[in-house]
Design a protein around this ligand. Structure first.
Ligand SMILES: Nc1ncnc2c1ncn2[C@@H]1O[C@H](COP(=O)(O)OP(=O)(O)OP(=O)(O)O)[C@@H](O)[C@H]1O
Ligand SMILES: [Mg+2]
Length: 288
């Protein structure tokens, strides 16, 4: 019979081996609500006791810190260029959420170097050991580095609106990632739906297109309504899930979060390898 100390040791070892899940929040068309969704999604996950870090990948034009009403002295770039440690660029958000700012006001495109890639991988290795979820809010413009990151993460959450241009761009984005990695988990959300039906129709159309043309099953997370509380909470610089806990959008967001967590529970029976880091390493070693 095992004694208690051994039991504890085994449990600790188990929890050490459980790596955090990496999730990228993407869209085809820009401006559909990725940053607002990422912030409220991670805040809600955090509020139910998950260890979450949100990383603003909109380098130089990030807005997560602005949405949170914080002026942060350091950002992801300071870490990538070697000026700061990863802990020095992480800040406390609401509900124990940790976040890394993308920085703002930087002009020009950031030139990636071999050293920056190495540091990016090192950071992810560290974060995977210490967090349940590492969520990337992807920027508007796609660079080859951000596309590589998309191919590497475990899960992709695709945000679309009900507009035809947004739907076709969301499909193109999923198709691009699917061709690079057919095993990827895709989660779909319709944002700014004017009616429940509009949201359901939009997600059903995309789910059908993925199944019919790519034979790929994707998970529908649901839809979030067009809601004036989003604008109000942006103005107040507090997530709507905190400022308006009883709003319809907050209620729907909670459903989205529980659908997402349910999927993870189903997946847990399958042993998870550290695909994220190995994919990143192989992509980067091929290029730099
Ligand atoms: N459900 C919603 N209801 C009403 N307004 C919304 C909703 N979601 C987002 N918005 C508004 O849409 C605008 C764009 O949102 P956000 O910045 O989150 O989009 P984004 O996809 O991150 O943009 P980008 O592609 O530039 O990074 C903001 O003005 C925000 O207030
Ligand atoms: Mg954004």
């Amino acid at each position: 019979m095992r004694d208690q100390a051994e039991e504890l040791r085994i449990r600790m070892l188990k929890s050490q081996n459980k790596l955090g899940r990496s999730i990228a929040v993407v869209s085809g068309k820009g401006g559909v609500g990725k940053s607002n969704f990422s912030m409220n999604f991670t805040t809600t996950l955090s509020s139910i006791g998950k260890k979450v870090v949100l990383i603003d990948m909109d380098l130089g034009m990030g807005n997560i810190h602005i949405l949170l009403g914080k002026s942060v002295p350091t950002n992801l770039k300071d870490y990538l260029v070697g000026d700061k440690t990863i802990e020095e660029v992480m800040f406390d958000g609401p509900e124990n959420l940790q976040y890394i700012s993308g920085g703002s006001g930087l002009s020009g495109v950031i030139e990636w170097t071999e050293d920056m890639f190495r540091r990016l991988i090192e950071a992810f290795e560290y974060l995977q050991q210490n967090y349940d979820y590492i969520v990337f809010d992807m920027g508007a413009g796609a660079t080859s580095q951000t596309l590589d990151l998309l191919v590497s993460v475990d899960d992709i959450i695709v945000i679309t609106t009900a507009e035809p241009t947004s739907i076709t761009d969301a499909y193109s984005m999923m198709k691009f990632i699917y061709y690079k990695d057919p095993d990827k988990n895709f989660f779909l959300l319709c944002n700014r739906a004017f009616t429940e039906e509009e949201g359901t129709e939009t997600t059903a159309r995309l789910k059908l297109a993925m199944a019919k043309f790519l034979s790929k099953e994707i998970v529908v997370l649901g839809s979030l309504p067009e809601d004036s509380v989003v604008r109000k909470s942006v103005k107040e610089q507090v997530p709507f899930s905190i400022l308006y806990p009883n709003a319809e959008i907050t209620r729907k967001l909670k459903n989205v979060v529980s659908r997402f967590s349910d999927f993870e529970l189903e997946e847990e029976s399958v042993p998870k390898q550290n695909k994220f880091i190995s994919r990143l390493k192989s992509i980067f070693s091929g290029r730099v």
